[in-house]
Write a protein of this length. Structure first.
Length: 368
């Protein structure tokens, strides 16, 4: 069985991590996997996979609707005898489905996330049912994403299967975290909140910093560590100064491997306005971290309220700070939630769970 993943590129991101994990986690010798990127450059994860032997093709999509790309994909799937075209996100699905029409190749569309606020167009209302007719399976990475696809992409919800993202559990190293705490010059008794996310408006760090400013007045020696970079950095740094937070907010920048930082956190926080299945949230749970998250997208499906963390009304700084305050002042509750977070991760979000679900989907499609 030959499976080809169609995506934008293989830079560092959530969708790309899913593809990378599916390929690296494939232990079935009967399944051969490759990647077809419709945009350049390929990206670092793509270069790594290519170096390790994964066949990867890269095209540079032209502005507007690139009809020539359809023919290029069609030729590629015929020349390489592709059985399944696994299209990740909407645009690759459109091109992939049109390329596969009237060939033996079967099509899967996986939706990884939605824009905020979500919307649709009359063109999609007309075109998507036709594309769906030539698609053999549709999956979404959370129930919330599934409902959004049904509502805004006009695909019947009972035809969409939810397959949650999965990751390899991170390895905890308390010695590294202790050294990092010294490096950041935190007091020994410091309580550390932290998040890992690109500095983008959708992640709503503005609300997070405002919530933290409330916490600062309630809990001494509390720090907020923000790992990530992006267009909002200067705005967020200015907001931190405006709120007189000083060095109690630390902007770390992008880290290829944020494990030691996550392990340093007493509580992992995620303030997003919209989410599918957050990879960094899964990483925190794999390290047994209690989490405070907004009720955006798939967050409430991953964090079980009052069991593995707290789920708070979206874009509400006071409610978010109240939830953090509750956990910081209840170390026993923190410990219990941390234990449950790891249990839920192992049961539902380990990469083995995701890979098994996709392997079953591939096999069912070929059999049918």
């Amino acid at each position: 069985m030959r499976v080809m993943h169609v995506t934008f590129d293989m830079r560092i991101g959530g969708t790309e991590m899913v593809i990378k994990n599916i390929i690296e986690g494939n232990s079935d010798a009967n399944i051969e996997m490759s990647i077809y990127c419709i945009e350049a450059p390929l990206g670092p994860w793509g270069e790594d996979l290519k170096a390790s032997g994964t066949p990867i093709a890269v095209e540079e999509r032209q502005p507007g609707f690139d009809r020539s790309l359809i023919n290029k994909i069609r030729k590629h799937i015929k020349d390489n005898d592709i059985d399944i075209l696994h299209c990740h996100q909407y645009t690759p699905w459109v091109y992939g489905t049109l390329a596969a029409v009237f060939t033996k190749t079967k099509v899967i569309f996986t939706e990884h996330g939605r824009f905020y606020p979500d919307s649709t167009t009359w063109k999609r209302k007309l075109v998507n049912p036709l594309l769906f007719h030539f698609t053999h399976a549709v999956t979404a990475i959370s129930e919330a994403t599934k409902q959004a696809v049904a509502t805004f992409e006009h695909i019947p919800s009972n035809k969409i299967k939810t397959i949650y993202n999965g990751i390899k559990p991170l390895n905890s190293d308390s010695a590294n975290s202790a050294a990092l705490k010294l490096e950041l010059k935190f007091p020994r008794a410091a309580k550390v909140l932290g998040t890992v996310a690109r500095l983008d408006p959708i992640k709503n760090h503005v609300m997070l910093i405002r919530a933290f400013s409330i916490i600062c007045n309630q809990v001494p020696e509390t720090y907020l560590v923000i790992v990530g970079d992006g267009e909002m950095r200067q705005t967020l740094e200015l907001l931190s100064e405006e709120l007189n937070l000083g060095d109690r907010v630390r902007f770390i920048g992008y880290k290829t491997n944020p494990t030691d930082y996550i392990n340093l956190f007493d509580v992992f926080v995620l303030s997003s306005l919209s989410e599918g299945t957050s990879m960094t949230l899964l990483e925190a749970m794999s390290l047994s971290k209690p989490c405070v998250v907004t009720d955006a997208g798939g967050n409430p499906e991953i964090v079980k309220h009052m069991i593995s963390g707290l789920v708070v009304e979206n874009d509400n700084a006071k409610a978010f700070s109240d939830a953090i305050f509750l956990l910081l002042n209840a170390p026993q509750k923190q410990a219990i939630m941390a234990e449950h977070a790891k249990e839920i991760f192992d049961k539902n979000f380990d990469v083995k769970c995701m890979n098994a679900a996709y392997r079953e989907l591939y096999e069912n499609i070929i059999r049918s």
